[in-house]
Design a binder for this molecule. Structure first.
Ligand SMILES: C[S@@+](CC[C@H](N)C(=O)[O-])C[C@H]1O[C@@H](n2cnc3c(N)ncnc32)[C@H](O)[C@@H]1O
Length: 250
């Protein structure tokens, strides 16, 4: 029997109506869907076939990834339509390349369905563009997160060079991130905004300066959050006066 197709599908930032039409159709058509732990129930409800949660436990990333790769391969050999559903856009900090490389080597047909990434959803919530004509012409998507055994990251240089930075997987390390950026020459007065649970009703935002980043993250508490940094957020940071903003229009 000919192997099926594996679709790496972006689930978007959380709101179910930010799924693409293609993603929604594939969730309904798939024989089996392997999904990340954080995909909300409204999106999982669109799945009509089998559903398997493949959330990764921290500290066991490579073992978990190898296991997911193997599950995708076995499913492709058994079913016609296999979906691997990933948060946001699968091609940004989603380890998509590992699944793509593994499946291509085994000649499994693949398709990628993009999704709305967290920085786009956060910008929409804030109603502040990542770019601004004349002043913000470059955007860097970075993560300071480095797993054991990986090459060191050049995220600091990249943030220093960009007009706007979107820092993923950094909120729990915010104080260290701020200290490292300031030590590398970034002004402590640089405006920052943290957006947590972007696109969802429980979304929260907090704005201030880089020097305050650790305290801002602590005030925000746990939850997926993206750190946005740059002059594009000056007005928000001034407006906020370090107070928690729950909505841009409030
Ligand atoms: C493993 S990365 C996956 C990113 C995803 N592929 C994307 O394109 O958004 C997880 C990080 O994305 C960010 N993130 C994901 N969903 C978010 C949301 N709804 N609001 C804010 N940040 C989010 C957080 O920084 C989180 O630590």
């Amino acid at each position: 029997m000919k192997a099926g197709t594996v679709y790496l599908v972006g689930a978007g930032p959380g709101a179910a109506d930010l799924l693409t039409l293609r993603a929604a159709r594939l969730l309904g058509e798939a024989d089996i869907v392997f999904h990340d732990a954080l995909v909300p129930p409204e999106i999982l409800a669109l799945i009509s076939g089998k559903r398997v949660a493949v959330g990764k436990r921290s500290g066991r990333f490579s073992t978990a990834q190898a296991f997911i790769n193997k599950q995708l391969l076995d499913a492709a050999r058994r079913y016609r339509t296999v979906v691997r559903l990933k948060g946001g856009d699968p091609m940004l900090f989603g380890r998509a390349h590992e699944e793509i490389a593994f499946l291509r080597r085994r000649r499994i047909a693949l398709e990628i369905v993009p999704g709305v990434t967290a920085a786009s959803a956060a910008s929409a919530d804030l109603q502040v563009s990542l770019t601004r004509r004349g002043t913000a012409r470059s955007v860097a998507f970075v993560t300071p997160r480095v797993a054991a055994g990986e090459a060191p990251s050049r995220w600091i240089e990249v943030v220093l060079a960009a007009d706007t930075a979107a820092i993923y997987m950094g909120a729990s390390d915010a104080a260290r991130i701020a200290a490292e950026l300031v030590a590398a020459g970034k002004a402590p007065t640089t405006p920052v905004v943290l957006v947590q649970n972007a696109s969802l009703p429980e979304a929260r935002q907090i704005a201030g300066t880089l020097g305050q980043l650790g305290a801002l993250a602590q005030a925000l508490g746990d939850g997926p959050a993206v750190i946005l940094l740059g002059e594009a957020y000056r007005e928000l940071a001034n407006e906020a006066e370090h107070a928690l903003i729950t909505s841009r229009s409030a």
